[in-house]
Write a protein that binds this ligand. Structure first.
Ligand SMILES: Cc1cc2nc3c(=O)[nH]c(=O)nc-3n(C[C@H](O)[C@H](O)[C@H](O)COP(=O)(O)OP(=O)(O)OC[C@H]3O[C@@H](n4cnc5c(N)ncnc54)[C@H](O)[C@@H]3O)c2cc1C
Length: 438
């Protein structure tokens, strides 16, 4: 077949690469507007290769699938949030419970949830091609006009890149460079099978309720990394993510750190006798606002993880992926209606993102990663340790007068950090708060 007849036969309005939350949300938005859209996914089915903690956030999901709570495969509604600061052997935990009938998030298994979203999108007209890897973009006069897979070429007016954190295609489109080890976290996760009743008892939650742990310190002490636990119906997801740069610097292997986390006295009883059923590793974009690539060029847009849209402090990624996918989809529809696929028309996507909470939140935390990278030994090392030693002192009952103990504790902080160190830490916090709130 000549390239021209191939172009004619295999041509569609929009091609979306990647069947994660960003790609599916984008494709279904386009199909709902009556345009032809093909979604290409390399996995056996959408979700088969996707890894996360994880919680999906109800309100953003409702924006795309309004009735998902009645028929999507949800595990538990997250009612309990715990923030655990681990010392070597001890831990301080703050917890917040909210039994609101409209939960903020649900725990899900991505292999089931993404597959469900893809099936819904298919019902609304999205053509889904699975087990197909997009190898490269096809360009004509610097405009993206299609994609090359192992077997055939697909042509379209617009290609949306929703191919996740590694997006080699965004690099080929010239909108993004190489990934810097400072800008990604390596995460490892295990799914541990545990009886439903034991989960309820150990986490002190109801049958359908879920508990999320955000974990600081422990094996990640002094490093830019966080751990997590999510409860599913009959399993627990446990994992951690640490910036690649830290792992290289300290010559550490993430799964050795996860083993240590599982052995910590505050964590081990939660997962006792649970059976390992799944193990996975994945990258998380951590670069923040300052590392967001160019989001569009002639004939192409980038969304979700491929566009570095992750709010790491809040463990938010799927929501930013879905809303960015939706906005890219809406822009694609405008471009198809105008028959204009220029960068100028597609820049509407960037404008819509800027107006939405997605870019506003990314901007709010623009200085977070820089401050944490500079001060990680203090904010993710020294102070978490000190919080635990404060509570050790506060709960101690011995024959030392309390005032002597308090004074001893304060003296130790001044001695260990020094006046200049404390001043510099305080200033960093104030600067960060100023950059967040102004
Ligand atoms: C350990 C971990 C914990 C997390 N926890 C949470 C959480 O609790 N809540 C939350 O909201 N977010 C969480 N995130 C972030 C969240 O998972 C991502 O932000 C979200 O999945 C991004 O969606 P996406 O559609 O952009 O990319 P992905 O979900 O990565 O989807 C990309 C898709 O593209 C496909 N693909 C890639 N390349 C090609 C190609 N060349 N051809 C065809 N297909 C291709 C992949 O197979 C995949 O299906 C977590 C991430 C990790 C790693």
């Amino acid at each position: 077949m000549s390239e021209n007849s191939e172009k004619f036969l295999n041509k569609t309005d929009v091609i979306v690469v990647g069947g994660g939350p960003a790609g599916i949300s984008c494709a279904v938005t386009i199909a709902r507007a009556g345009k032809k859209v093909v979604l290409i996914e390399r996995g056996k089915f959408c979700g088969s290769k996707n890894v996360f903690g994880g919680a999906i956030y109800a309100e953003p999901v409702r924006e795309i699938f309004p009735n998902f709570e009645t028929n999507a495969p949800l595990e538990r509604k997250n009612t309990e949030h715990r923030y655990a600061i681990l010392g070597e052997e001890d831990a301080t935990t703050v917890s917040y419970r909210n039994n609101d009938s409209n939960p903020v998030s649900y725990s899900v298994i991505r292999a089931k949830f993404d597959r469900w979203m893809a099936d819904e999108a298919k019902k609304e007209g999205v053509i889904i091609v699975t087990e197909t890897v997009v190898r490269e973009l096809i360009l004509e006069k610097e405009r993206v006009i299609g994609v090359r897979t192992e077997l055939e070429n697909y042509y379209s007016d617009i290609v949306v890149l929703a191919d996740g954190v590694n997006s080699l295609l965004a690099k080929q489109a010239g909108v993004r460079g190489e990934i810097d080890p400072h800008d990604v976290a390596v995460s490892v996760k295990e799914v541990l099978k545990l009886d439903n009743a034991k989960i309820n008892e150990r986490f002190n939650i109801g049958d359908k309720d879920g508990c999320i742990y955000e974990i600081f310190g422990g094996p990640m002490l002094n490093m830019l990394g966080l751990g997590f636990i999510y409860t599913n119906q009959n399993s627990i997801s446990i994992g951690l993510g640490i910036t690649m740069n830290e792992l290289i610097k300290h010559k550490l292997r993430p799964y050795a750190l996860l083993d240590k986390l599982k052995e910590h006295p505050a964590i081990a009883p939660l997962i006792k006798d649970a059976e390992l059923t799944e193990y996975s590793a994945h990258l998380i974009p951590e670069g923040g606002y300052k590392k967001i690539p160019t989001l569009y060029a002639s004939g192409v847009m980038v969304c979700g993880d491929a566009a570095m849209l992750v709010n790491n402090l809040h463990w938010e990624g799927t929501n930013l992926a879905m809303i960015s996918g939706k906005l890219a989809g809406e822009t694609a529809v405008i471009a198809v209606n105008k028959n204009d696929f220029s960068a100028k028309t597609l820049s509407k996507y960037q404008q819509s993102l800027e107006k939405s909470f997605v870019m506003k939140d990314m901007k709010t935390y623009k200085d977070l990663m820089g401050t944490m990278a500079m001060k990680n030994e203090q904010f993710l090392g020294y102070y978490p340790k000190k919080i635990n030693s404060f509570f050790k002192m506060f709960t101690a009952v011995n024959c030392i007068p309390k005032r002597t103990m308090f004074r001893g504790f304060i003296k130790s902080v001044f001695k260990e950090r020094g006046i200049f160190g404390l001043f510099s830490d305080g200033l960093s916090i104030l600067k960060l708060l100023w950059s967040i709130l102004r």
